[in-house]
Ligand binder design. Sequence first.
Ligand SMILES: [Zn+2]
Ligand SMILES: [Zn+2]
Length: 189
Amino acid sequence: MLITHDTECALSILVELLNTAPEVCGTELLPDTAALDAFVVRQEISEVDSLTDDDLRQVQELRSRLREVFGTDSTEEAAELVNALVAAAGTTPRLTNHDHHGWHIHYFAPHAALGDHLAAELGMALAFILTAGERERLRRCEAPDCARIFVDLSRNRSRRYCDSRTCGNRLHVAAYRARQRSADAVTPA
Ligand SMILES: [Zn+2]
Ligand SMILES: [Zn+2]
């Protein structure tokens, strides 16, 4: 798969962002600018000015639009969504080597609002997944009570759960307990 390290980093931010949504967690994990600011710091997003309520609303709206890409049934449908996102963000590719990161491309316009910044960077990461013919790697967790999304970067695209340490294990434990119960049921008293 032709996915660069930079794209992988952007995809990781994308997944973290989408999984802050209330429909995923039952509660809004980005309820105010302080939470958004903490998110920016945690994800090491560069060139972000101080954040306002407008930024918060814009990022929350972007999050819903990005999530739609994970629910598409065709690359055509996904491409249309990504094109709209990236066009609205005013993308301006430029080379940079800030903070000892080595040369990489920033797609967001200088001094862009955080919503546009993320739409450009995350939209382009999705564009690279689509041009690599890998739309099916954009997944929703298969655990019945989980709405988290993830990008399956495994070699054979075999990942089914958002995070093996939580959902995957939880299901294994549930299956194990169910087996134990049925084993107990047939054990003579
Ligand atoms: Zn950078
Ligand atoms: Zn899950």
